[in-house]
Design a protein around this ligand. Structure first.
Ligand SMILES: [Zn+2]
Length: 497
C-alpha cells in the first residue's frame, strides 16, 4: 500500500457524509427476570440468582414478566412509538457460551413498539432522531476472562461464566439511520444517548448506568460520497460511556475515511472501542438476520396489550426531560447558553440534586461546571462518576456561604472529599482548614507582618491604603491561607489608619 497523508476529521468531512445509527440496550429494573422469578439485583455472588428456567434445564418453561412488558410499552410511548396490538417473541439462534439455551428469546419482525422519534438538542438546534423499533428480549450471562492483563479473552488462561444476568429483561431501542448531520454526527449520537438515558430514567424503569452496563450502546457508522449510495457500515459494540459514544463515532469516521481514500473497502463487521486509545479495532464479521434462523417462540403465548391499558399508561407518563429542563432553567434564572453548558456537561440532575440539598443554583453551578468539571475532564471520567455527592457539594458551598471556608480552602476541602476523607465539614475539621476570623489569633500575625514590612506600613500610614494587599498576603502566608481576608484588612487599617 502506498503511504498517504493521514486524513484528519475535517478532511474526512470534506470528502464524505456520515450516516449513523444507534442500538441501545437497557436492562430493566424489574424485581425479577424476564421469564422466571429469579431476582435481578446487581453485584450478587456469581450463579446465585439462577433457576431451571434461566439455566435452560430440560422441560423448564418461560412465563413473560408483565412488569417488563409494561415498562417497554412506557418507553415506546415516551419515544412517540405506536404500540403493537398483537406481537410475538421469537427465538434468535446462535451459540454463545454465556447463553445457556443457545438461543435468545427476543422479538424479530413483530416488535412491541415501532415508528417513534426523539428530539435532541445539539448546539442550540433541534435534531429529530427517528426510532425504528423498541423491543423486549432477555440478557445473556457474563463471561469473565481471567489470567490475562486486560480482562479480554486474549492472553486469558481461563474463562468463567456467571449466569446471574441471564434472563434479565432487556429493552433494545433501534434508531432509523440518522442522515444529514455532517460533522455534528458524533455530537448528535452523544446527545441522543444522553436524552434517551434521561427519558428512561424519568420513567423509573431502569437505573440506566452505562458504567455498570445497565445501558449499553452499539454505534453504527458508515460513510458515503455526497449523493452516492450509503457505504458499508460497521457496528462499534458496547460503548460504555456518553463520552465514548461521541469519540467512537468520531474515530470511526476518521478510520473509514482513510481506508476509503486509500482505495480500500469497509468490511461489514463489529468493532470494539478502546477507552484508552479512543480507537476501534476489528471484532467479528457481522451476521445477517438469516444467520440467526429466527422463528416464533413456541413456548410463549403472543402479546396482545389491551389498547385501554396502553392509553392509561400513556396518560400517566411523566413530564419529558426536555420540558423538565425548561422548568429548571426558568427556576434557576439562566439564559439558554448557560443552561446548554449545564446540559453539555451532563450536570442537570447533579445541580438539581445539589439545589435540593439546600444551596443556591449559582453555588451549585459554580462547583459542578468549574472545579469538578475541570477535574472530571482531567481524569477522563463523567461528571457524575466523580467521588462526591450533590449533598456534599451543597454542604461545601454552605460552609463558604457561612464564611467558614474561602474559595481556596474550599477547593482543598473538596480534594479531601474526592479522596474519600468524608463530608466537607469532617474534612475541614480533620485537616484544620477552617477560616480564622477570630481577631485575637489574627492580631499577632498582623503585627508580625507590619514589623516585617516597615516601608509598606509607612505607605499605609500616609494614606496609601491600597498597599495593604502586601500585608494581607503576608498574613495569609503565615496562616496557610486560613485567615479571613476581610478581617485582616480591617485589623491592618485599624493599626495603621
Ligand atoms: Zn431463573
Amino acid at each position: 500500500m502506498t503511504t498517504l497523508a493521514m486524513l484528519t476529521y475535517d478532511d474526512a468531512l470534506e470528502r464524505f457524509e456520515p450516516v449513523i445509527g444507534l442500538e441501545t440496550h437497557v436492562e430493566l429494573g424489574t424485581a425479577t427476570k424476564m421469564f422466571c422469578g429469579c431476582p435481578t439485583e446487581f453485584g450478587a455472588e456469581p450463579n446465585t440468582q439462577v433457576c431451571p428456567v434461566c439455566l435452560a434445564l430440560p422441560g423448564a418453561l418461560p412465563v413473560a414478566n408483565k412488569a417488563a412488558i409494561e415498562a417497554t410499552i412506557r418507553i415506546g410511548l415516551a419515544l412517540n412509538c405506536s404500540i403493537a396490538t398483537w406481537c410475538r417473541f421469537a427465538r434468535k439462534n446462535y451459540f454463545y457460551p454465556d447463553m445457556p439455551k443457545n438461543f435468545q428469546i427476543s422479538q424479530y419482525d413483530e416488535p412491541l413498539c415501532v415508528d417513534g422519534w426523539l428530539d435532541v438538542e445539539v448546539d442550540g438546534e433541534t435534531v429529530r432522531v427517528e426510532i425504528e423499533r423498541v423491543h423486549l428480549e432477555e440478557d445473556t450471562g457474563k463471561t469473565l476472562h481471567v489470567g490475562g492483563a486486560t480482562g479480554r479473552i486474549h492472553g486469558a488462561t481461563e474463562s468463567l461464566v456467571d449466569y446471574n444476568r441471564a434472563g434479565i429483561p432487556l429493552v433494545e431501542i433501534v434508531t432509523k439511520p440518522v442522515v444529514g448531520t455532517g460533522g455534528k454526527a458524533p455530537l448528535v449520537a452523544k446527545a441522543y444517548v444522553t436524552e434517551l438515558r434521561d427519558v428512561i430514567r424519568s420513567l423509573g424503569v431502569s437505573d440506566v448506568r452505562m458504567e455498570q452496563g445497565s445501558m449499553r450502546c452499539d454505534v453504527n457508522t458508515s460513510l458515503s460520497k455526497p449523493g452516492a449510495e450509503w457505504g458499508t457500515r460497521t457496528e462499534t459494540k458496547n460503548v460504555n460511556s456518553l463520552r465514548s459514544v461521541e469519540r467512537a463515532v468520531r474515530s470511526e469516521i476518521i478510520r473509514q475515511a482513510n481506508v476509503l481514500e486509500a482505495g480500500g473497502k469497509i468490511t461489514q463487521e463489529t468493532r470494539h472501542f478502546h477507552e484508552d486509545t479512543g480507537e476501534t479495532t476489528s471484532g467479528r464479521s457481522k451476521e445477517t438476520a438469516t444467520d440467526y434462523r429466527y422463528f416464533p417462540e413456541p413456548d410463549l403465548v403472543p402479546l396482545a396489550p389491551d389498547p385501554a391499558w396502553v392509553a392509561e399508561l400513556k396518560a400517566a407518563l411523566p413530564e419529558p426531560p426536555r420540558v423538565h429542563r425548561k422548568r429548571l432553567q426558568d427556576a434557576w434564572g439562566l439564559a439558554d447558553a448557560e443552561m446548554q453548558a449545564i446540559v453539555n456537561a451532563g450536570a442537570v440532575e447533579l445541580i438539581e440534586a445539589t439545589v435540593a440539598a439546600g444551596t443556591s443554583a449559582d453555588g451549585a453551578r459554580k462547583w459542578w461546571l468549574g472545579e469538578l468539571a475541570r477535574r472530571a475532564n482531567e481524569a477522563g471520567v463523567e461528571l457524575g462518576a466523580m467521588n462526591v455527592t450533590p449533598a456534599q457539594v451543597a454542604q461545601l458551598q454552605q460552609l463558604v456561604d457561612e464564611g467558614k471556608l474561602n474559595d481556596k480552602l474550599a477547593r482543598t476541602v473538596l480534594e479531601g472529599v474526592l479522596a474519600g476523607e468524608g463530608d466537607p465539614a469532617a474534612v475541614m475539621a480533620a485537616r484544620g482548614l477552617e477560616v480564622v476570623s477570630d481577631t485575637g489569633a489574627l492580631e499577632k500575625a498582623v503585627d508580625e507582618a507590619i514589623a516585617a514590612n516597615p516601608a509598606i506600613a509607612d505607605k499605609i500610614r500616609s494614606g496609601k491604603v491600597e498597599a495593604a494587599g502586601v500585608l494581607i498576603g503576608a498574613v495569609m502566608k503565615t496562616t496557610r491561607g486560613q485567615a479571613d481576608a476581610k478581617t485582616v484588612r480591617e485589623l491592618i487599617i485599624a493599626r495603621l489608619g
